[in-house]
Design a protein around this ligand. Structure first.
Ligand code: HEM
Length: 414
């Protein structure tokens, strides 16, 4: 992950499909032909970053095998880039230790356990009423004009409202979080440019300062939210508390916004599938699984081999990285028939790997599913004539895959 962007760019120019995926506009806008080129080279492909795979069984096996570990030592941003951006040591953030996302057991288990209870299907069910009222407010606001950018005014708003409340943040700070998220999330991409790194680092610095003030407030006046609970339980030190808060806030909206946005576009581009949902509304939960499979909001993950291993017929050496193309696994023809077809009735849509699997499987999967199912259904039922008013614009990122602009004409509200 520390491979310099220049090396990736030069490999991309020479036609390496993984490098093209990771750092060219095509990789960000239309990754699927490139993913198929990776698949065509075999189940395990050697490339600029070590190994990569788009094979469903291998991705699943590697994610579930604890001989493969996450990158705890350094986090995501290479040290030289950090010091260039003026921050040799970063404050706690979602992609550096001690964020659970990049920690291995036993620390991972200790960090994940205290927050897991807030995200069980039962806990998420209790949040349904809030999702209903937040969505209703947004749809009321939308109905006051004929057109809107659904990325900013709808897709982003539902998840940020819910996760901010869960963490006890004031409503009026949501826009600030959205701004920091925009600067921060390119950090998940490999071979980040210096400019993007320094922007991401300033967002982390500002967020750290904000969080100090917020935690001090919760200590003197605890609320009924996840962070107050963690402060009171006293099991996490300050660094761990801040890394956890950062991960929950970031993961809580940066991904679900793309699930809702990718869903809006997929359904508008497949009117037959939307018509089927109008006729068979019980299919909505399955449609959300199909959106997650067909156009995954998180396109990849990675693991590091902690021993020499024989995987998919190749020798993977201890310390090698394996890039797991989750979006490719979701289109593996050995598992999903006609994988390039968007089918809201697909029987095994829920087998996708978009939420990962194994010990790092997404903690917020139930929440994301609930938010997207309700928000998409309400939007399309209340605005049945909704149309795109121009081409939607892809966010220029690979790992997180969504739209940052989605101009739409709303039509009459039902
Ligand atoms: C982990 C995807 C929504 C919280 C992950 C991972 C993926 C993922 C792929 C695992 C990465 C790996 O194995 O390396 C998604 C997608 C979402 C979504 C596609 C929405 C569509 C959420 C939400 C939350 C959340 C709403 C909650 C606030 C987390 C946390 C982890 C995680 C805390 C770390 C789990 C661990 O390391 O044990 N997510 N996520 N995610 N997600 Fe999500």
């Amino acid at each position: 992950q520390g491979t310099p962007r220049l090396a990736l760019k030069s490999l991309a120019r020479r036609g390496d499909p993984l490098a093209q995926l990771l750092c060219t506009p095509q990789g960000m806008h239309d990754p699927y032909p490139l993913i198929e080129s990776v698949r065509a080279q075999g189940p395990m492909v050697r490339g600029p970053l070590g190994w990569s795979t788009a094979d469903y069984e291998l991705c699943r096996m590697i994610l579930r095998d604890n001989t493969f570990r996450v990158r705890a030592a350094e986090g995501f941003v290479p040290r030289p880039l950090r010091s260039l951006a003026g921050a040799a040591v970063l404050p706690p953030n979602p992609v550096d230790p001690p964020s659970m996302l990049v920690m291995n057991p036993p620390e991972h288990t200790r960090l994940r356990r205290p927050v897991a209870s807030a995200f069980t299907p039962r806990a998420v069910k209790r949040l349904h009423d809030r999702v209903v009222s937040v969505t209703a407010e947004l749809l009321d606001r939308l109905s006051r004009s004929d057109s809107a950018d659904l990325a900013a005014s709808f897709a982003a708003q539902v998840p940020i409202a819910i996760i901010s409340e869960m963490l006890g943040f004031p409503d009026e700070d949501r826009d600030t979080f959205l701004g920091w998220g925009e600067q921060f999330s390119p950090m998940l991409d490999i071979g980040l440019s210096w400019r993007a790194t320094s922007q991401a680092i300033s967002a982390i610095m500002e967020w750290d300062h904000y969080l100090d003030t917020h935690l001090a407030r919760l200590r003197s006046c605890p609320g009924d939210d996840i962070l107050s609970g963690l402060v009171e339980a006293g099991q996490l030190d300050d660094h761990e508390l801040k890394a956890t808060a950062s991960l929950l806030l970031g993961a809580g909206f940066e991904t679900t916004v793309n699930l809702i946005g990718n869903g809006i576009v997929a359904l508008l581009e497949h009117p037959d599938q939307l018509a089927r949902l109008h006729a068979e509304p019980d299919l909505w939960p399955n449609a959300v699984e199909e959106i997650l499979r067909f156009d995954a909001p998180v396109q990849r993950s990675a693991r590091i081999a902690s021993a020499d291993l024989d995987i998919g017929g190749v020798q993977v050496r201890e310390g090698s990285t394996v890039v797991l193309l989750l979006a490719g696994a979701n289109r593996d023809p050995a598992v999903f028939g006609n994988p390039e077809v968007f089918d809201v009735g697909r029987v095994n849509a829920r087998d996708h790997l978009t939420f990962s699997t194994g010990i790092h499987a997404c903690l917020g999967a139930s929440l994301a599913r609930m938010e997207a199912t309700y928000a998409l259904r309400a939007l399309f039922e209340q605005f049945p004539d909704l149309q795109l008013a121009g081409p939607p614009h892809r966010t220029p990122m690979f790992t997180l895959h969504g739209f940052d602009h989605m101009p739409a004409r709303l039509g009459t509200r039902q």
